[in-house]
Design a protein around this ligand. Structure first.
Ligand code: FES
Length: 144
């Protein structure tokens, strides 16, 4: 069995704490200098689904940059929004029983036609994202 002296043990503990502190300082600097490849808003449109595969009153959720976005096929056409709730950033889901986006965290509800808050605590509407259709495919975002 390997015995270590009290001073060696304290030295080891100090080294562990110093290493942890160094990582805590260096990691944010590195993440600032070398950001994640996921953009806030993608520079090109994001493929969602083939048009024929999104039936009326159904939705698809896709990753749009860093955050999820949701597309729903409403009675007035396709609508796209950020799926991030404007209250505390939970991810909203489409509820086709009540035809609204529902936030599972604090019962916030949004209208699918313009994203406005129907009820609950969210302070702002869902952020709209433009939809493009090309060659029978649905895309989120301006640039194809
Ligand atoms: S986070 Fe959506 S209602 Fe609170």
């Amino acid at each position: 069995m390997n015995n270590i002296s009290r001073s060696e043990f304290i030295k080891t503990i100090k080294l562990v704490f110093a290493s942890t502190g160094l990582v805590a300082i260096v990691a944010p600097i590195l993440s600032y200098l070398y950001p994640s490849p996921l953009e806030e808003t993608p520079s090109t449109a994001v493929f969602v689904e083939k048009l024929e595969e999104l039936p009326a009153n159904e939705s698809r959720t896709v990753l749009y940059g860093r955050y999820p976005a949701i597309v729903v096929n409403t009675s007035q056409g396709l609508k796209g929004y950020s799926a991030v709730c404007t209250h505390f950033a939970c991810i909203v889901k489409w509820n086709n029983q009540i035809n609204q986006f529902a936030c599972p965290c604090h019962a916030g509800f949004y209208d699918p036609l313009d994203g406005h808050v129907v009820s609950g605590p969210p302070p702002r509407p869902l952020a709209p994202i433009p939809i493009n259709i090309q060659d029978g495919k649905i895309y989120l975002g301006e640039q194809l």
